[in-house]
Design a protein around this ligand. Structure first.
Ligand SMILES: [Zn+2]
Length: 253
């Protein structure tokens, strides 16, 4: 095989491997305006009512892998602005960004998804049934009964983030427990927020990741009520990047 042919084959193999490892449904890549870094965008799947749920990957694929979910409760969408700001950052970390895991609830202005299920009670760890659709904490008929939670689970299992950050509202604190405690404390300090050390609730995404990816962290950032001022968005972005830098330092210590 000639050298040129060999490199062509290797290139194709790399492209195929890249596509498969991310299990992309519909990969697009584009250069963002003026910035020399590439953003990849994936359609992960669709909500119960057919709305697209996407992930964006920015930064350096060799860096510390951080997943940030801007919204899971549809009436708690302030974190979407943080994710949008992270999209525009040039960073040496490997950032996976899901602006909105609950687009149906977001459009309706409800905590639950389009079927009345609390998506942060629908994960399998310590899941407990009961109640009816549109109850505040209705966990669904069985664990992972909802498309949105399955999309979130599958993404985490594929990406295997070092840390996952879930934005909620309106408690204005950082909530972490168990193996995620250290990461939560670092984030809270960097964001200037109160740290709340308390066990996970049943069926939550953080609870599930702590059980299924024990060498990773997953915690909740409860933003204040309302939408964030630019300064507050910047502070959250700073906290995400500060935590990633701390984890990077540990990995290379
Ligand atoms: Zn919430």
């Amino acid at each position: 095989m000639t050298r040129a042919l060999l490199s062509a084959v290797v290139l194709v193999a790399v492209i195929l491997a890249g596509g498969r490892s991310a299990n992309a449904v519909s990969p697009h890549s584009f250069e963002s305006r003026g910035a020399p870094r590439t953003t990849h965008r994936w359609l992960l799947g669709r909500s119960e009512q057919g709305r697209p749920i996407v992930a964006l990957r920015v930064g350096d694929s060799q860096g510390i892998r951080v997943l940030v979910v801007g919204c899971i409760h549809g009436n708690e969408g302030a974190g979407i602005a943080v994710v949008r700001a992270l999209e525009r950052r040039r960073t040496r970390f490997d950032l996976w960004l899901v602006p909105n895991l609950n687009p149906d609830g977001f459009v309706r202005g409800t905590r639950q998804n389009g079927r009345g299920v609390d998506l942060n009670a629908n994960w399998s760890s310590q899941w407990r049934g009961g109640g009816r659709p549109w109850d505040t904490y209705y966990p669904g008929p069985y664990p992972f009964s909802e498309r949105e939670t399955r999309i979130g689970r599958d993404l985490i299992l594929r990406v295997r983030p070092r840390v996952t950050i879930w934005f909620h509202q309106h408690m204005n604190l950082v909530w972490a427990w168990g193996p995620s405690t250290a990461a939560g404390r670092i984030y809270a300090r960097a964001a200037g927020m109160r740290f709340y050390h308390h066990h996970w609730l049943r069926g939550t995404a953080t609870n599930w990741q702590n059980h299924h990816l024990p060498n990773s962290a997953s915690f909740t950032v409860e933003l204040p009520a309302g939408s964030l001022a630019l300064q507050q968005v910047r502070r959250q972005v700073h906290a995400v990047l500060t935590l990633a830098a701390a984890l990077h330092g540990r990995a290379h210590a």
